[in-house]
Design a protein around this ligand. Sequence first.
Ligand SMILES: [Zn+2]
Length: 287
Amino acid sequence: MAEDGTKEDQRDAQRGLKCRHCGCRHFRVVYTRAARGGKLVRRALEKTLGLQRKTYRIRVAGVDNLYQTLRQLYNVNEDPHGPSPHLGFGFAIGADHTIVYRIDGGEGTVAHELVHVIVFNQLPTTPTWFEEALASNFEEYRIENGEIAGLFRLDHWRMNFMRENQQEAGPFDIDSLPPIGDIARRNQRLVMMFKEEAPVRETTFSFPELDQVTAKMFVMFLQEKGKLRSVVHALGHQDLESRFETQLTTIRESVGDDYERQWRIWLDRKLRQAGAKTIFTENRIRK
Ligand SMILES: [Zn+2]
C-alpha cells in the first residue's frame, strides 16, 4: 500500500483485523472479490431467511493460518481443551461480527461462516446441529432475485459420507441415513457433555460427518418445499435450552408428522434425477 494511500487503501487498512494485544494489524487481510461479495450474500441470506436487515458490520478476513490468527487475536493458547488446530476452512466469532476464512479455501467458506454470525445475532436459540446444517447448505449457492439457495452437487465432498462404503462411485445409501430425531438427540447430548465436562475433555465438540450431510440435505429439502423460513424462525426463537423433542415438534408443525418420509422421498428423487444410484427402502423409514 502506498504511503499516501488512496481512500480505498485507507478504508482497507481500517477494515483490517487488529491484534488486541499489541494493536498491530499484521494479519494478512485480503478482501478478495469473493469477500466483498460477502455483503451481497449476507443480504441474500437475510432475505431468504426472512430476517430484518441489520446494520451491524461484519468483518471478513482472509488469512493464511487460521489457528495462528485465532491464537493471536483471541488469546487462545495451544491448550488441549482449547479449539482444535484443525479448524477446517474458517471460523466465525458472532459477538465480534467477525469471520476469518482460509484464503485457499475459497468463497464458499464466507457464506458458511456468515450463517454463523447471522444465527448468533438474529436466531439465538437455533440448535447447533441445525445451525451447522444451514451453514453447510450455503457452502455452494446460487443467488436469484436476491435470494440464496444451496446447490445440489453429487460430487461435493460432503456427499461421499452418504455413499455406500463411502466410495466415490458407490450408490447413495438413503437407508443408512440417521433419522433427524437421532441427530437432534445426539447433538443435544454432545452439547450437554461439552458444557458439563469441557474442562476435562480432550476433544472439542464434534459433529459426525454423516449427521452433518444428512442435516444439510434436510435443510435443502425444507427450502425447496418452502418450509425453511418457518422452521428457522421457530427454532431460532424458542425458549433457551429447548430440548430436542421440542425441536422435533416444531418441525412436525411446519412440515407434517411424516417429515422423515417426505424428505427421504425427496432426496431419492433428487439423486436419481441427477443420475445417481440409490439404496432406498421406503417402508424401512423410522421416525
Ligand atoms: Zn460451521
